[in-house]
Each structure stands twice: as C-alpha cells, then as structure tokens.
Design a protein around this ligand. Structure first.
Ligand SMILES: NC(=O)c1ccc[n+]([C@@H]2O[C@H](COP(=O)([O-])OP(=O)(O)OC[C@H]3O[C@@H](n4cnc5c(N)ncnc54)[C@H](OP(=O)(O)O)[C@@H]3O)[C@@H](O)[C@H]2O)c1
Length: 306
C-alpha cells in the first residue's frame, strides 16, 4: 500500500513537530504547511522533505498550499493564534483562520481533517480559546468536511522547561486549584493524531474523541505519583497564589484579552468540569489509556530523571 500523504498545519509548533515525528514513524509522506516566516530547520533535521507555504489568514496561500494536485489524504491542524508562537499572531487565526483552513481543505477535496480540539470545548462558553475549538468542530460539520476532532485535556508537558526545573526541586507545579482535570502527555497525543490521519476507520469519522489519561489528575495525585516514580518527597504547589488569581489578575484582564482568556480558563477548570466523560472510545481506537504512574514514568525517563 502506498504511503498516506498527510499535510500538517502548525508543523513548527510544539505539538505539531511531535505529530510530524509520529507520522514519519508510521511511514506517512509528510508535508509541513508553514508560513513564509516560519523556522523550518528543526523539521528539516527531522527528515521532512516536503513543505508548502500557507498562512491561515491568507486564503490564496491556502488554496495553493492544499491544491487538489497535491492529493493529500489528510490534513492535521495543530496551529493556534492565541499561543503567540510568532510575535504578530492573533486569536483571529483560531476563528477566521480555522474557517479559512476548513474551506480550503473542503475545496481541495481532502478526505480527512484531523483537528486538535480541546476537552469539553462545547461546554466552555466563557473561555474563548476553548470555545473557538468547538466553533471549528461545528464549522467542519456544517461544511460537511469529513473530520476527526481529538479533544485532549491540559498538556502535561506544557511549559516543559519550567516544569522540569520545579520537578528537580521536588515541586509539582499546580496551574489550577487542587481539583480534578484531564491531562495528556503530548507524544501520546501526537501518536493518536497520526493514527487518526492514517488508519482510523471511516466509521469513526465526523466525531469528537476525548483523549488523555485513564483518570483525571490533581496536585495531590500528581505529587504522589512523582514520589513513587522518583522515590523522593514531592510537594504540589500553586504556580500563582490564590489572591493573585482572585484580586490582581482580574485587573490585568480588563486590559488584556489574552489574560482574560487565561483567567476564564483557570476559573472554569477550577469548577472541576474539565474531565473526560467518555474514556471507552479512546481505549477502543487507540488502545489502553496511560495511567498516571505509567505516563509520569515515561515523562521522567524521557528527561533522564530516572
Ligand atoms: N497547551 C495545552 O494544554 C493544550 C490543550 C489542548 C489543546 N491544545 C491545542 O494544541 C495545539 C498545539 O498547541 P502548541 O502549544 O503546540 O502550539 P504552538 O507551539 O504555539 O504552535 C502554533 C503553531 O501554529 C502556527 N500558526 C500560527 N498562526 C498561524 C497562521 N496564521 N497560519 C499558519 N500557521 C500558523 C505556528 O507557526 P509559526 O512557526 O509560523 O509561528 C506554529 O506552528 C493548539 O491548537 C492548542 O489549542 C493545547
């Protein structure tokens, strides 16, 4: 069977580059969709040979990048504007940019669109960057563009260097209150995205799939698992003190859309609703879910902590 041709939007990003790696490992022919300003060197070092230039805010560039002649079997979209990967990025990429990308994929007749969405994004109406994912899922359905939306919780290895420094000092940084929330180790998400793009059966298309660990986590359960794996005492500690969240951040949020977005996210997650309601589907499609201890063992091994 010939290799699946997969184009990755957001390929230079933290998750995007891992998705590229996972696709290459599965034998796919990978094309990285990058902007003219994107730094390609890491992807080239990974062995990516095909590049197309496409900016989600520029329809003409997308039409060219995804043109039917390229015969892509799937597109994986991991790009984001709110993360400010490049200086001038804006949240318009998360709304208008995604609509542009869906339109271009539909026009080109790409048979599958794999969206990196967010857990419970349909319910998070107060959190703009979560809600925008749901709007893209809805737009994909409206346009009848075949899609698979993967809905991960918080990336466990987000803010990787910061987290590693803290872990080495015996601290498990807590970004939320000590509430349960869903999380995922990004190499696992990258693998699921690669499977979704290349081998998930047609019968599973046009749905959203929760992905993450077998059980939700909180500061205490993470600290306990790290203690077990590293065999030393670990303390869960809030990154931002509660009084800052309650009294100071709201003032800054009045002047910064990004700050308001992040504050609303923390408030929403702190209500305990950011958890998967359906782990069976992930098990059926991608295999056994990682347990807290197993995933943390891999995280520690990958960083030579054990
Ligand atoms: N962090 C979490 O906990 C979490 C949880 C659930 C889901 N997610 C989702 O995971 C995805 C990946 O996040 P990440 O942290 O890996 O992102 P990231 O590292 O900030 O990467 C963003 C990517 O988007 C590209 N991009 C931005 N604007 C673009 C545009 N207008 N046109 C084309 N490409 C554009 C960037 O390209 P350049 O190189 O040109 O800048 C970069 O490759 C996001 O969609 C995010 O919403 C994150």
């Amino acid at each position: 069977m010939s290799a699946k041709k997969v184009v990755v939007a957001g390929a230079t990003g933290s998750l995007g580059s891992k998705i590229v790696k996972a696709l290459l490992e599965r034998g796919a022919e990978v094309t990285a969709m990058v902007r003219a300003t994107s730094k390609r060197s890491k992807l080239e070092e990974m062995g990516v040979k095909h590049f197309v230039v496409g900016d989600m805010m520029d329809n003409a560039s997308l039409r060219e990048a995804l043109s039917p002649g390229r015969k892509f079997d799937a597109i994986v979209a991991s790009a984001a504007g709110y993360t400010r990967h490049s200086k001038s990025d804006s949240t318009k990429t998360d709304t208008m940019g995604y609509r542009n990308l869906v339109d271009a994929a539909k026009e080109a007749g790409i048979p599958r669109f794999v969206l990196i969405s967010i857990l419970e994004s349909d319910k998070a109406v107060t959190v703009p960057h979560f809600h925008n994912k749901y709007l893209t899922e809805k737009y994909l359905a409206e346009k009848q563009q075949p899609f698979v939306a993967l809905r991960p919780g918080a990336f466990f290895d987000w803010a990787d260097d910061f987290m590693l420094r803290k872990i080495k000092k015996g601290i498990v940084p807590m970004f939320f209150d000590n509430v349960d929330y869903g999380t995922i180790y990004t190499p696992d998400l990258a693998r699921y995205a690669a499977i979704a793009a290349t081998s998930l059966p047609e019968s599973e298309v046009n749905t959203a799939i929760d992905v993450g660990w077998a059980t939700p986590v909180n500061g205490d359960t993470l600290a306990a698992a790290f203690e077990k794996v590293l065999r030393k005492p670990m303390l869960a500690k809030a990154v931002v003190p509660a009084f800052v969240i309650k009294a100071i951040a709201p003032i800054f949020a009045m002047f910064s859309h990004n700050m308001k977005d992040m504050l609303e996210m923390v408030k929403w997650v702190n209500t305990g609703v950011y958890v998967s309601r359906n782990t069976e589907r992930q098990k059926k499609l991608f295999g056994d879910l990682p347990t807290i201890e197993e995933a943390i063992t891999r995280y520690c091994r990958d960083r030579h902590l054990i």
